[in-house]
Design a protein around this ligand. Sequence first.
Ligand code: PLP
Length: 394
Amino acid sequence: ERFLSRRVRNMQESQTMKISGLAKKMQAEGKDIVSLSAGEPDFPTPENVCEAGIEAIRSGFTRYTANGGIPELKKAIIRKLSRDNGLEYVENEIIVSNGGKQTLANTFLALCDEGDEVIVPAPYWVSFPEMARLAGATPVIVETSIETGYKMTPEQLAAAITPKTRILVLNSPSNPSGAVYNKAEVRALMKVLEGKEIFVLSDEMYDMICYGGVRPFSPARILEMKPWVIVSNGTSKSYSMTGWRIGYLAAPKWIIDACDKIQSQTTSNANSIAQKAAVAALDGDQSIVEERRAEFEKRRDFMFRELNTIPGIECTLPEGAFYIFPSIKGLLGKTFGGKVMKDSADIAEYLLKDHYVATVPGDAFGAPENLRLSYAASIEELTEAVNRMRKAFA
Ligand code: PLP
């Protein structure tokens, strides 16, 4: 173990994976766990998408493809970005990778040198700081608060910038908070970056899962900023395709070429079968995306209403993704299950071990006074979870 590289020693294990692992283990032992820790839709992959995958296997489309993805899929991605996001790209500005995770990791590797800084607003998705570190960069965490709906303000951004800043990470809709930056907010942040040589890594993985008529606004929509913006997305969440591993980037050609180079020496192309399935997902009937979004919205409303009635818990209304991220500040310092609750890790452990509800502590997302609950679960399961929580904190 003493031979472990410094790079890996400096990394943290994914907390979300850890707690869902423990929940799975308890489940396997026959415990009746309600799991709200999942980072994936509970819906199956749509039928037409599965069929396209099966057809790819049957027709022998099972070999290496072009490293950066098949032209057919790149074209489908270009149509999607235009249709849903108002973004115009050409084929050499697109790369297909093994999930959204790989597109992000490649971007950090492509743009960061040792000592560069990457601004990450907290609460953040667990992998951003770790990926930046893996690329030799230093994550600079900007704390946001419930007062701004967990969104970074232009003043905070300006204060975080140094001559070493290379990348700003924006994730809207956000995992874990569900916050969505509107057009005015994105414009105000981009104004701070004007004339500075800072890239924006815009993780738009949840772009199709927004509520109450909200639509996210990509920073790449601002033409002066487009040369500095890297748009990351994938089929994992919108099309319930987490296991298929398809992610993609839209960015200036030189960045795409760099990611292509990295990918060619590490993983090569994304799965050939999954690429065909992704074409079907992006080009096929989109009504299923809306149906599922509407279902998530009902669950969001339910969770927001119910959780806010539990004393000590305070929620902001998530505008996107499928997580709710209550502040549990009001529960800290209290004793439950014979233990004083110091932070969200204590709360999550207590909920899992004593009440069989799996959640993810906010520590993992840089927010130790919050808890992340995924509502990618049926209303019955959510009702059960809320009832158990009410009892747990009574
Ligand atoms: N970006 C965000 C914000 C996510 O929440 C996730 C998955 O949890 C990803 C990227 C990665 O997605 P994929 O499963 O396609 O690698």
